[in-house]
Design a protein around this ligand. Structure first.
Ligand code: MOS
Length: 732
């Protein structure tokens, strides 16, 4: 059964979602709840000299004003990527120092939201200011080589063969520099916390991809014990990496709720999220790619400078992707940090892979043109079955099939190679571009508790967070198939620290981590049910078996981890610490792959770029939930279109911060920007990777879209544009 494709089932929560019946974090209102608002720093860097809260405190209905003078007992929970729990190491409001524009300086709590907002606006701060470095090129930045920091243990420089020598000797050379803009995640659900103290327990409702880190972060920040904190996040209104750790407001709201002995709610407005949550950092790339005259790629050198904050090093893994996209034998990666006066950047969908793949795949297109080779054929001739860095076998790689299927479906054979050689009836230049993508396949350890009841209930509690990607639907599809019950009867308890330990859900590892474990739990349940009655369970449902055996319910627990992981990872997940593994496992390496084919139309007078159609073919192993998987890919393609043509967070080098901090001016693609997006899956299970044969999907969908667009723009215009987003003024 496990090698059969999964049928298309509807999204398990769709009906409740469209009726508005699903409660997101900030929907958990309480009758006696108070509302909070933040006041934020209006300087780029410096120190608060005086904070005058008298006018704010005089507003009728204000209950509490917290500033750095009131939080002496609170500690920073530390940066998640440095062993802590927060999105950055700096917890605002613990000192008068200001590290970046928009950093919170006060939390006002009032009876009503309007009162809290009004009072926060009346807080008067005077500052001493310091010079700032807001961009990669600004004076005063500090550049640090990752290989010269302790991060090198976990994120070593990637070197294979002698790339410099092989590049110098290569008969065909491409040498190009690229920039990718800072960007901000803008999920529809804003960052929000509702904190409530009940019988000495802190209960937090907050949309998060990492409920256990929020819980243990509160423990660390407030000096509590883990049994006194519960974090509840059954649904997240979009994560994309933004909600991967504890946010800056969670502790502040918890303190306010404790002081006032009332539930307190804070919804961080979008303009503040641009400065108080993570973002995709600004990046500079230099790629050198060498090949022989028949198009064999011989050497690649990928050098990256990525923005980080003054106080954290957000680990860089760009070369981890570019080194492994092809079988290039000589590779050298170098990743440096540029410290600027900004909050710490973080993971935003395909955080390294999107940018790294853009730089490399644009160079591959340049290589194809300098050789006069078809860009699809060139990529196919550089395919591999071995990991270029570790020399281990790839557990599966159906990239060639993605390229061939995509080319056929797109009609690639009708393409003429020369730039500006294809015109539409209205005179627009037609450009057809291709690029591939890859994304490492990770697995996080998971504990699954599966319970069936005589009333027909099926409950699975497992580590995982539903942020719209469809994890609940995938769990229901897998468990229902095993137990022979309708998918709609399967209830998944996820994103809730009252159930099984909740490892962070990110990195496209949700399905590969949860589904094999859920399958194993279902198998254990079938065995346990069979033992309940003499002669076995036969064709009976779990409820029928329980009834026959006179039992009210039955529960099994199973735990599973990635290949090669030690048993202590189970202790780590229970403690809210990162414990995922991959893509390099003891005996193999695993990636998911995509191939994107894009048509652009460039209007010759205005240089307006439209994208009427995209064909994307993805190898993500076995597809568990075809409907939500297709949505994931279409969403990823839209992200790629945004990254290529729209999204940038504008920085004023004089003042710091981000200028276009709202959805009116932070331009994302809208429906009118999107044409046809055709999605196809190879759907070949990878049983070497795990027993369910699933790899990962969400992020590989985006990887390669931006370079396919840039390559299509070149085909349409003859212009190589190496700075994202591509703007009309670059084309005119
Ligand atoms: Mo993702 S950027 O790993 O949530």
């Amino acid at each position: 059964m496990s090698d059969m494709p999964f049928p298309d089932v509807q999204r398990i929560d769709a009906y409740h979602k469209v009726r508005g019946a699903i409660l997101f974090g900030a929907d958990n209102v309480r009758p006696d709840m108070l509302h909070a608002s933040l006041a934020v720093a209006a300087i780029g860097k410096g120190r608060i000299v005086n904070l005058d809260v008298r006018a704010a405190g005089a507003v009728s209905g204000v209950r509490l004003i917290l500033t750095h003078e009131h939080l002496g007992h609170v500690k920073s929970a530390g940066f998640l990527m440095a062993g802590g729990y927060s999105f950055q190491g700096l917890q605002p409001m613990l000192s008068p120092d200001i590290a970046y524009r928009g950093q919170p300086i006060a939390l006002v709590v009032a009876d009503g939201l309007e009162t809290a907002i009004e009072a926060a606006a009346l807080i008067q701060a005077t500052y001493s200011t310091e010079p700032i470095s807001a961009t990669l090129d600004a004076p005063g930045t500090e550049t640090v080589n990752q290989a010269d920091t302790p991060l090198k243990e976990r994120f070593p420089e990637i070197v294979a063969g002698d790339a410099d020598k092989a590049f110098a000797q290569a008969p065909v050379k491409i040498d190009a520099r690229f920039t990718t803009a800072p960007q901000h995640h803008n999920p529809i659900e804003l960052i929000a916390t509702i904190a409530e103290w009940k019988d000495g327990k802190l209960i937090v409702h907050e949309g998060t991809q990492n409920a256990e880190a929020v819980r243990h972060g509160l423990v660390a920040a407030l000096g509590l014990t883990p049994d006194r904190v519960e974090v509840i996040s059954p649904f997240v209104g979009g994560g994309f990496g933004q909600k991967y750790a504890m946010q800056m407001q969670t502790v502040l709201v918890a303190v306010a709720a404790l002081r006032l002995a009332r539930p307190v709610k804070l919804v961080v407005p979008r303009a503040q999220i641009f400065h108080d949550a993570s973002f995709r950092p600004a990046i500079r790339h230099r790629v050198r790619l060498g090949a022989d005259r028949s198009g064999n790629m011989l050497a690649a050198i990928h050098e990256v400078d990525a923005q980080t904050s003054r106080y954290d090093l957000f680990p860089a893994q760009y070369a981890a992707l570019s080194s492994r996209l092809y079988g290039i034998k000589n590779f050298r990666g170098r990743e440096r940090f540029v410290r600027t006066d900004v909050q710490t950047p973080g993971y935003m969908r395909a955080p390294f892979e999107h940018a790294a793949c853009y730089a490399l795949e644009c160079c591959v297109d340049e290589l194809a043109y300098s050789l006069g080779r078809d860009p699809v054929a060139l990529r196919l001739s550089n395919d591999t079955v071995t990991d270029a860095i570790s020399k281990l076998p790839l557990s599966s790689r159906h990239l060639g099939e993605c390229l061939r299927r995509g080319a056929e479906r797109f009609g690639w054979s009708k393409r003429t190679m020369a730039p500006q050689s294809m015109r539409a009836h209205d005179g627009s230049f037609i450009g057809w571009g291709v690029a591939i993508g890859a994304y490492p396949c990770f697995i996080a350890p998971a504990v699954a508790r599966l319970r069936v009841t005589v009333e027909g209930g099926v409950f699975i509690s497992i580590g995982g967070h539903e942020m719209g990607q469809g994890l609940r639907t995938a769990l229901a599809a897998a468990v229902s198939r095993k137990l022979g019950v309708p998918a709609a009867d399967v209830v998944a308890v996820i994103g809730d620290t009252r159930g099984a330990p909740q490892h962070m859900t990110a990195g496209s590892w949700g399905t590969a981590s949860a589904i094999p474990t859920a399958n194993a739990a279902a198998d254990a349940m079938l065995n346990a049910l069979a033992r309940l009655i003499a002669g076995g369970a036969g064709g009976r449902t779990p409820a029928q078996v329980l009834k026959a055996a006179g039992r009210a319910s039955l529960e099994v627990q199973i735990q599973a981890k990635a290949p090669g992981q030690p048993d202590e990872v189970y202790g780590r997940i229970a403690a809210g610490q990162l414990s995922f593994a991959g893509p390099v496992y003891p005996e193999f390496v695993t990636f998911s792959y995509s191939a994107h084919f894009v048509e652009v139309r460039v209007e010759p007078t205005t240089a307006r770029v439209r994208i009427p159609r995209v064909v994307s073919v993805v190898d993500c192993g076995r597809v568990i939930s075809p409907r939500t998987a297709g949505s994931q890919v279409r969403g990823g393609v839209v992200w790629g279109i945004g990254a290529a043509l729209r999204e940038t967070s504008e920085v004023d080098p004089r003042y710091g911060g981000f200028l276009n901090a709202d959805l009116a001016e932070y331009v994302v693609p809208v429906n009118a920007d999107i044409g046809s997006i055709e999605v196809e899956f190879i759907d070949k299970p990878d049983f070497e990777f795990n027993s369910a044969g699933v790899k990962g999907l969400g992020e590989v969908s985006m990887v390669g879209v931006a370079p396919a667009i840039a390559n299509a723009v070149y085909h349409a215009t003859g212009r190589r544009l190496r700075n994202l987003p591509i703007r009309i003024e670059q084309l005119l």
